[in-house]
Design a binder for this molecule. Structure first.
Ligand code: TRP
Length: 332
């Protein structure tokens, strides 16, 4: 039997996920499971690169795990785990820090964006070396493919550079991973500013839908979503608000955008908004029930993350042992 390709990806535990995380990432991960050997991680170590309240971090970490499972990731088929449970991530990250350059890390746009907003005394070294920890995550599992959003492309490129550098300096050690940024994955945009990505860190709550939002809230947010004054439903970049609504509708129902446009000929925006809200509510309802159930059954969640960490650790350990030997550490 041919060996399955390895997939690795992760999300930060920053609270309940958004419709954007779900449609843009999670739903695709679920479609890929079975075809690949997959590892999906909750990256709590990345989360503390900016200040986090410990009790929030704990809660959010379990919530994201529950979101993964509720969205359809099957713990029997994929390895679900919490990053800090596998110390190899921290260990490899240190070693790779010593094969990463100040210059290349300084060029990371996400670091520049995040650090621009802060006083330099508040920017942690962890925020600066964030991409190296991400490289460690990926390289530990010899991942072939890393499904991520466009915003992570640069981090994947530096991962490849670090892997190649290490392989050239010593010998073939790491699989050089490919980004897996699917073109048909429509980016879900803010409901308030359809030119920027839907994000939970938006100061306006109406800009995003959370997977945990109740039906009334979802209706209200779509009703208030920003569109335009053209008044005709069309799928074009000139109408980014409407385009976003169509993308959401399309992604959930699998109807083509053109079909949706035809369906709404002669109908107003209000009807489209109502219908999009309805399909979103129907899609999320079973997921929300499952999330509620899981968060009330912490013992079950604990079993999943313990088993996941054991599986992940076994794979990670193989790579780490090799790496330590290659750099010249004495085996104990
Ligand atoms: N940086 C990623 C994000 O913010 C999260 C992440 C951490 C990740 N480690 C990873 C994604 C490894 C893919 C693979 O979205």
């Amino acid at each position: 039997m041919e060996k399955k390709k390895v997939i690795f990806s992760g999300m930060q535990p920053s609270g309940s996920l958004t419709l954007g995380n779900y449609l843009g990432a999670l739903k695709n991960w679920v479609n890929l499971q079975g075809q690949y050997e997959s590892y999906y991680c909750v990256v709590d170590m990345h989360a503390i690169t900016v200040p986090k309240e410990p009790k929030h971090l704990r809660k959010n970490t379990l919530e994201v795990l529950a979101n993964y499972i509720a969205a359809g990731l099957d713990p029997e088929q994929v390895t679900l785990f919490i990053q800090s449970h596998v110390p190899a991530h921290a260990e490899l990250s240190w070693i790779l820090n010593c094969f990463s350059y100040y210059g290349e890390l300084s060029r990371m746009t996400q670091f520049k964006d995040k650090s621009r907003k802060q006083d330099s005394n508040a920017i942690t070294a962890g925020l600066f070396t964030y991409p190296v920890l991400m490289a460690a995550d990926i390289l530990l599992y010899q991942a072939d493919l890393v499904p991520v959003g466009e915003d992570q492309r640069q981090h994947l490129e530096i991962t490849r550079d670090i892997a190649q550098r290490f392989n050239n300096r010593f010998s073939e050690t790491f699989t050089v991973p490919e980004p897996f940024i699917s073109k048909d994955v429509a980016k879900v945009m803010s409901l308030q500013d359809p030119n920027s990505k839907m994000s939970k860190s938006d100061s306006n709550e109406n800009a995003y839908i959370l997977l945990m939002d109740k039906p009334e809230k979802i209706k209200r947010k779509f009703k208030r979503s920003v569109t335009d004054s053209i008044g005709v439903v069309n799928y074009t970049d000139d109408q980014p608000g409407i385009k976003n609504l169509i993308n959401i509708y399309s992604k959930i129902t699998n109807k083509k955008p053109e079909e949706i446009v035809t369906d709404y000929e002669g109908k107003g925006y209000a009807k489209l908004k109502e219908d999009v809200a309805e399909v979103v509510i129907a899609e999320l309802e079973p997921i929300q029930e499952k999330i509620d159930y899981l968060l009330k059954n912490k013992d079950y969640l604990e079993k999943i993350y313990i088993a996941g960490a054991q599986k992940a650790e076994a794979a990670a350990h193989k790579t780490l042992r090799k790496v330590k030997r290659k750099v010249g550490f004495i085996p104990r």
